[in-house]
Design a protein around this ligand. Structure first.
Ligand SMILES: [Mn+2]
Length: 350
């Protein structure tokens, strides 16, 4: 339970169970679907620094709501990364941290946000909230919540919502959902990828998603600045037993005219080393703070390390932000990773 679970007081409290005069959050797909059916106008959002799952699922859910005859708007506080901007209807997403003047949705649907704050949208807290999440860091902060930590992507949940709502999944929806699934499973590589993941992928392909076209958009459409930044980062690569790390300083970012999204995926080159089980990529931000991406293999849950620094994410892929300077942030992260690995000594190796 969290202190965010306090239900709002404005109109539209249907969908919330009243127990001895106290409103408690309700849960599950049916609760979400009920809450949607009882309302007309929605604002859809997801977390800041949106990833493929956030963007793809947002777009698909928007299309699904339209099919249900609802009115819906999409808004994110940060820009959609370049590689996802070719997704159907991506240009319909509004980018701002405050709600548009006069926008009065009956409900705000948050995709994979563990709190309202994660969306970085101002003025959303007092709206009726519907929370759909698949992260282990998910919690019941809204009056209506649907959290399924077994889902390999929130896209899987959005797909199930479409089926439950009797909405025909169109080719553009399938394209968005497949993109989300592909990116959030690390191209079907992360722990949690199972037969069901491929069943879903198969269904999405049958419904019109093109694996080769989507792969081209995701993996073979990088800006040159990203490749140059990768080169710079790789010169800093270090390894200490089961840990590897690399970084870029703000100077490098400026010199190479690199953008924040050029940093996406760089950490995978460190976790890609044989025998390395946890990896960190650190990026010095313009304000001096340090953004950290963490990856791990097999049963090492790097999300626990991210959470210690106020971050979160997936068990094998998470992130957090630390105060600078870069060197001290690096020492703190490495210290935690060493401690964390010490608690996961492989029998027969130590
Ligand atoms: Mn996700």
């Amino acid at each position: 339970m969290t202190d965010h679970a306090t239900p709002r007081t404005s109109a539209g409290t249907s969908g919330t169970i009243h127990t001895q005069g106290r409103k408690v959050p309700i849960e599950g797909l049916a609760a979400v679907l009920d809450a949607i059916r009882q309302r007309e106008h929605f604002l859809l959002t997801s977390h800041c620094r949106p990833d493929g799952d956030a963007v793809g699922s947002l777009l698909a859910l928007w299309m699904i709501l339209k099919e249900m005859g609802k009115h819906a708007d999409m808004q994110l506080c940060d820009r959609v990364p370049l590689i996802y901007r070719t997704l159907p209807c991506a240009e319909q997403i509004r980018h701002a941290s405050t709600l548009a003047e006069g926008l009065k949705p009956d409900a705000v649907i948050l995709l994979e946000c563990d709190s309202v704050e994660r969306s970085r949208l101002q003025g959303v807290r007092d709206e009726f909230l519907i929370n759909i999440d698949h992260h282990t860091s998910g919690n019941l902060f809204a009056p209506v919540n649907w959290i399924d930590t077994e889902a390999s992507a929130v896209a899987e949940m959005v797909y199930r919502l479409a089926i439950a709502a009797n909405v025909r999944v169109t080719s553009p929806m399938a394209t968005c959902l497949y993109t989300a699934l592909l990116s959030d499973t690390g191209s079907f590589c992360y722990e949690g990828t199972c037969a069901g993941t491929f069943t879903l992928a198969r269904e999405l392909v049958e419904l019109g998603a093109s694996p080769s076209r989507i792969a081209e958009d995701l993996y073979f459409s990088n800006p040159l600045s990203k490749m140059r930044l990768l080169g710079s980062a790789l010169t800093t690569l270090q390894r200490e037993g089961r840990i590897a790390w690399l970084w870029v300083a703000q100077d490098d970012m400026a010199r190479l005219a690199a953008s924040e999204e050029d940093c996406l995926g760089i950490v995978n080159y460190a976790i890609g080393i044989s025998g390395v089980e946890v990896a960190a990529f650190l990026r010095e931000m313009p304000d001096g703070r340090v953004r950290v991406s963490l990856r791990s293999k097999s049963k090492i849950r790097v999300t626990q390390v991210a959470e210690q620094f106020g971050g979160g994410g997936h068990e094998n892929a998470s992130g957090c932000t630390l105060d600078g300077p870069l060197n001290s942030a690096m020492e703190r992260v490495l210290g935690e990773l060493r401690r964390h690995l010490d608690q996961h000594v492989i029998p027969g190796v130590a």
